[in-house]
Design a protein around this ligand. Structure first.
Ligand code: NAP
Length: 544
């Protein structure tokens, strides 16, 4: 049955997604006087934090800046308890925001958008959901997240498994009990690295199937000193300002010293200090050239490998855990709690899928070339079709019925990660070509939401109804995104940043690595110059 969300006039805007981005976008547009409706696939708000309920799920950004800055009262009220917020706490925060701002009434939940089609005659988009709702609107804003389309590798026999299969990115709402169970987990990215120590504590036996060893740094999560919290809260506005003007959306200092400039003993002491402090200080606060100079990078990589030797008691297991396939930090660096230590537990085994490849999933477990592993449960921690996957899943068709998948057949082409030529009046919050996943997400999200909100208000003030990225601005930006990435070591890793985790996906560096500060200035400049790089048209011209 079809349900029309707007029966008379078209809406000004439809927002897709009710995570950090969608909640703020809907609120912002509503406050600006636009008519707006949201669709969310999940049954509740939260986005990433709604779906990723796996044991150990926790944010790698510190709680003081993993929140909205546009709610100064709430930032004073919200308790800051632990250094890194866990999934339940972040979900509670977003649920609170949704209630406080009365956002739920403008969303349809349990509504999976499967088609977004542009009508050139009217200049309107029609949005349809699998559940039968439709809405027409002048603008569509996608707020679907960068890591929301689960990657389920095509393992032979996966459907034949008679035990329980789970994906970290689509975790059930009811508690999963591992007690006494034989559990297998495939994948050792950030999700696997967080889940493994927690599952190991509960399971009868845990077998970790590792294809590529990952570098990871201790998170050093801990309760926050409440004197520190009080001081932080007194200066929140200043911290927010610094956060917005930083390269990564976090108010942390970045070293400019080369790792090759200092003698070895001093360098090791600096790495030791950062290892003990926990978090991304190791990558950004130690030396300034770890991600641009191979020799400098090797010093960090060697240090982490030496830590693995120190922590893991079985030398053979330690060797298997040592990353060698890519430079340190060029795959998204996870932060962990007791990851390497977990391999000293008697109920945990590590299987190296490079030595003994996974051949098939069987009704009773996993078979590799080294033998059969009988299991009661398989956890897929196999990641996501990052950045492009969630957008392509929406069934977007722009001018002349061209799909986004066709437009991006050779990789995503965007202007500022915000807009795509041929798809007028469509905005993609934290889309490919924006800093997104290389920054602290709420900060990037707020910058995009505010830019989009201001843009729509600007168009309204001038009786303009159409905005579309030009081909030339898009080509220039897309080339710039690659050029900047090529100044770093990141493209050397077969990472999801490069699309390398999905068979057949074009290999391009997906996010913009030039820094949120530089990026924000560029966006402001574009707006200040009358939305340069966009073609603008009047509302009448669009509608005629
Ligand atoms: P991921 O980093 O893409 O890791 C997926 C893992 O699955 C990798 O170890 C990968 O091995 C393995 N894998 C994939 N396909 C496989 C196959 N066919 N056979 C065997 N192994 C396979 O995914 P993720 O761990 O879910 O993390 C994704 C991103 O989400 C993170 O990088 C981070 O940005 C975000 N995240 C953040 C947090 C946090 O803030 N705390 C937590 C979780 C996730 P290869 O390396 O060989 O491809």
């Amino acid at each position: 049955m079809t349900e029309e969300i707007n029966d008379a006039a078209p809406l000004d805007a439809v927002v897709i997604g009710a995570g950090f981005a969608g909640l703020y976008m809907l609120y912002r547009l509503r406050e600006q006087g636009f008519s707006v409706h949201g669709f969310e696939q999940g049954d509740g708000v939260g986005g990433t934090w709604y779906w990723n309920r796996y044991p150990g799920a926790r944010c790698d950004s510190e709680i003081m800046y993993y929140s909205y800055s546009f709610l100064p009262d709430l930032e004073q009220e919200w308790p800051l308890k632990e250094r890194y917020p866990g999934q339940p706490e972040i979900l509670r925060y977003l649920e609170h925001v949704a209630d406080r701002l009365d956002l739920r009434k403008d969303f349809t939940f349990g509504a999976k958008v499967t088609a977004i089609e542009y009508d050139e005659a009217t200049g309107r988009w029609t949005v349809r959901t699998e559940q039968g709702q439709t809405a027409t609107a002048r603008y569509v804003v996608t707020a679907v997240g960068c890591l929301s389309t689960a990657n389920r590798p095509d393992f032979a026999g996966a459907d034949s498994f008679q035990g329980v299969s789970l994906h970290t990115g689509r975790w059930p709402h009811e508690p999963v009990d591992f007690t006494g169970k034989r559990v297998g987990i495939i994948g050792t990215g950030a999700s696997g690295i967080q889940a493994i120590p927690v599952i190991a504590e509960q399971a009868g036996h845990l077998t970790v199937f590792q294809r590529t060893a990952q570098f990871t740094i201790p998170a050093e999560n801990k309760p926050l000193d409440q004197h520190f919290v009080a001081m932080w809260k007194q200066n929140y506005r200043e911290w927010r300002r610094r956060t917005r003007q930083s390269a990564g959306g976090a108010p942390v200092s970045r070293s400019t010293v080369s790792a090759l400039e200092v003698p070895e003993d001093k360098r090791r002491a600096i790495y030791e200090g950062a290892w003990g402090a926990g978090g991304f200080t190791f990558t950004f606060g130690t030396f300034g050239d770890l991600l641009v100079d191979e020799q400098a990078n090797k010093t960090a990589a060697d240090f982490v490998r030496s830590k693995i030797d120190e922590i893991v008691s079985d030398p053979e297991v330690a060797d298997m855990l040592k990353p060698t396939a890519f430079p340190f930090g060029t795959k998204r660096l996870p932060l962990d709690t007791n990851y390497y230590e977990t391999f000293n537990r008697p109920n945990v085994d590590l299987v190296d899928l490079r030595r003994t490849p996974l051949e098939e999933i069987t009704p009773t477990g996993i078979r590799t070339s080294g033998g059969q592993y009988d299991l009661d449960m398989i956890v897929y921690a196999t990641g996501f079709d990052a950045l492009t996957g969630p957008l392509q899943a929406l069934g977007i068709r722009g001018k002349r019925g061209r799909s986004l998948a066709e437009a991006w057949a050779e990789g995503p082409r965007t202007y500022l990660g915000l807009a795509v030529p041929g798809f007028p009046n469509l905005f993609t919050i934290t889309g490919p070509g924006s800093p997104s996943v290389l920054s602290n997400m709420p900060v990037s999200i707020e910058q995009h939401v505010e830019w989009i909100g201001d843009c729509l208000a600007w168009l309204r003030d001038r009786a303009l109804g159409g905005i579309e990225a030009t081909e030339s601005a898009t080509v220039a930006w897309t080339e710039h995104v690659q050029e900047v990435a090529n100044l770093t070591l990141y493209p050397k890793a077969a990472s999801w940043y490069m699309g390398a985790n999905i068979p057949g996906k074009p290999r391009l560096f997906l996010p913009y690595i030039g820094g949120l500060d530089n990026y924000g200035r560029k966006c402001d400049e574009v707006a200040g110059n009358g939305y340069e790089g966009f073609e603008l048209s009047s509302a009448h011209a669009v509608a005629s």
